[in-house]
Design a protein around this ligand. Structure first.
Ligand code: FAD
Length: 305
């Protein structure tokens, strides 16, 4: 559907991450192709890097935009030696789920996300310092909650590593812990971004239109009067707030929120992985053990109340 960074790729892997059913043979296909294969069209979305005003104004979009693109196959010839799977739904599933492909791919995604969330929580702290609210008890409480959420994500990562297992020559993270982290973090990320916005107020928007405003002596004077902070010089404050906006509000920032909500599949897909890999036998066994520990007939024979 969508290829992140495909505009910079040499090859594309065409495959089905979502398991297919019998009867879906027409879709059960996998191959790898060079990006310049005849008929393969790459329709890039708008580049946030190209529309960034400057590094000062968009420090993230100007340097870290992973451009996404739609991949369009217009009668592309795929040589047989490039085909992995042809009309075989079970082999399509096996490609990711019998190998450790899906586990490793999503494990690295959780490492990446834990770093990103730590960055966002650092951003929240600096935001409250910039606008002078850190010592307000309810703000500290929100920061403490954000810190706990960042640590929860890291703890899930440590958990999936510590309770992983050796599969042949591979050490594989605990798959259910990994899928639960996916389900929980795709909900968590937009909430976390919203909390950071709530902590920031309008400061994220009340900013000079671009770095050029600092080049005009009259405007610069106004900026110095209006962008005051207990902890930052006006220039530093503007620099920081523009970076914060790029992380959580700009087109680049919004795309990141959408990415975290969908990169691993929509909610019903990730929750499906979690459903499949959970130890239901142990959980329902506890319920069954409780129910097996008393009988109606025992109560009737010797009532205790
Ligand atoms: C920024 C970004 C980058 C991406 N990069 C890549 C990439 O590099 N490679 C790649 O392969 N893919 C990539 N994707 C695509 C991603 O894998 C898909 O967005 C994801 O699988 C969800 O599919 P969809 O967007 O078609 O949404 P849909 O499946 O249409 O889901 C949208 C919403 O519709 C509802 N819905 C739809 N079907 C059902 C159903 N059966 N049951 C219940 N609810 C349903 C749900 O509310 C769901 O949240 C990227 C996506 C984004 C947003």
């Amino acid at each position: 559907m969508l290829g992140t960074s495909s505009i910079m790729a040499n090859e594309v892997l065409v495959a089905n991450l979502q398991p297919l059913k019998t009867g879906e043979e027409d879709l059960a296909f996998s191959c790898a192709l060079p990006m310049n294969a005849k008929g393969l069209r790459v329709l890039s979305r708008k580049s946030y890097e190209a529309s960034a005003v400057s590094i000062f104004d968009n420090p993230l979009a100007s340097r870290f935009d992973e451009n996404d693109a739609l991949m369009y196959f217009d009668d592309v010839k795929v040589p047989w030696e490039r085909v992995f799977v042809f009309r075989d739904p079970d082999l399509c599933r096996a490609q990711f789920h019998d190998t450790q492909g899906h586990a490793y791919q999503n494990y690295q995604a959780q490492i990446r996300l834990s770093v990103k969330i730590r960055f966002l929580v650092g951003l929240a702290r600096r935001l409250t310092e910039a606008i002078g609210t850190t010592e307000i008890p309810s703000v500290r409480e929100q920061l403490g909650h954000l810190a706990a959420q960042a640590s929860m994500v890291e703890a899930m990562l440590s958990g999936m590593e510590a309770s992983g297992s050796q599969v042949g020559e591979w050490y594989v993270p605990n798959k259910h812990f990994m899928y639960s982290a996916q389900v929980i973090t795709q909900d968590l990320y937009p909430k976390l971004v919203n909390t950071v916005r709530e902590l920031a107020g309008g400061a994220l928007i009340m900013l000079p239109s671009s770095f050029r405003d600092f080049g005009d002596a009259q405007i610069e004077q106004i900026i110095r009067k209006t962008q005051r902070s207990a902890t930052m010089e006006p220039e530093q404050k503007v620099k920081f707030l523009k970076a914060a906006w790029d992380a959580i509000g700009s087109e680049f920032g919004s795309r990141h929120t959408l990415y975290e909500m969908f990169y691993a599949g929509a909610r019903f897909v990730t929750a499906g992985h979690s459903f499949r890999t959970f130890d239901w036998k142990e959980a329902t066994g506890m319920v069954d053990d409780l129910l097996a520990s008393y009988q109606l007939s025992d109560e009737l024979a010797a009532p205790r109340h």
